[in-house]
Design a protein around this ligand. Structure first.
Ligand code: NAP
Length: 249
């Protein structure tokens, strides 16, 4: 039985990924800060299939203590899904809160790099796989995307760098780059603004967390000689916008 560690499994894409992987016969370590949600997932899917590791990804000591406390059967990780992440704010750079920028960098970049560094030896030993959650925001700038887009561009480029460094080890690495997925993402980004959530997703038939989870499962279960380097997905309702031009009045 193979074991996956999924960060950010208390909501959205991460939670759906745990469900999908367990359905497909994986054991999962589900992580996140909201313990009651992790406990509910363990209760629902069973402790033989899911173990909770409750920690803030930006707290390395807390993370290590939680991972060290896992039962032996869950210690050997074959698949790392670096999913925990967030956007905070939609303001132009000049109007943004620096504290929000730092939280995004700490969570989306520093914590992801740190956990990956920690697990690389076991992933190499087990010829495992890493799936990193980047975003279309990595590839297409948009107004108000500033630091969020920057963090996701880092995730994409870090993924490609890992591919090079892990050459010959058998470890597979993939950057998943979704467009609009209806999750708690916009509620988090806007500080709980349900209207903003509804305005963005309403009538747009966005992708679901389950769509991305199924993609992650597919990537992870491909034959060992195949690597999906990057994978960009959007709902059919979403496409590209043009450039903007500032004119003299
Ligand atoms: P979500 O529903 O808000 O879920 C985010 C998850 O990340 C939660 O489980 C949250 O858990 C966890 N998380 C955030 N900060 C954390 C921290 N400091 N420590 C531990 N866990 C933390 O959002 P989602 O849409 O599923 O997002 C998942 C990933 O997909 C993110 O990396 C996001 O950037 C990316 N993505 C999303 C979309 C989209 O349209 N939704 C598009 C492209 C990429 P706790 O709050 O319980 O800690």
């Amino acid at each position: 039985m193979r074991t996956a560690l999924v960060t950010g499994a208390t909501a959205g894409i991460g939670e759906a990924t745990v469900r999908t992987l367990v359905e497909s016969g994986w054991r999962c370590v589900a992580t996140g800060r909201r313990k009651e949600r992790l406990d509910a997932l363990v209760e629902e899917l069973g402790p033989d299939n899911v173990q909770a590791a409750c920690f803030d990804v930006t707290d390395e000591a807390g993370r290590d203590a939680a991972l060290d406390a896992l039962p032996d059967a869950f210690a050997g990780i074959d698949l790392l899904v670096n999913n925990a992440g967030l956007a905070l704010g939609t303001s132009a750079a000049q109007d943004s809160d620096l504290a929000d920028w730092k939280i995004m960098i700490d969570t989306n970049v520093t914590a992801l790099v740190s956990l990956t560094h920690k697990l690389l030896p076991v992933l190499i030993e087990r010829k495992g796989a890493i799936v990193n959650l980047s975003s279309v925001a990595a590839n297409y700038p948009y107004a108000g995307g500033n630091v969020y887009g920057g963090t996701k561009a880092f995730v994409r480029q870090f993924t490609l760098g890992l591919r090079s460094d892990l050459h010959g080890t058998g470890v597979r690495v993939c950057s998943i780059e979704p467009g609009m997925v209806e999750t708690e993402f916009t509620l988090v980004r806007t500080g709980g603004n349900a209207e903003a959530h509804e305005k963005l997703y309403g009538g747009a038939d966005p992708m679901t967390a389950g769509d991305i989870a199924e993609t992650i499962r597919w990537v992870a279960e491909l034959p060992p000689h195949l690597n999906i380097d990057t994978l960009e997905l959007m709902p059919v309702s979403q496409s590209y916008a043009g450039f903007q031009v500032a004119r003299e009045p």
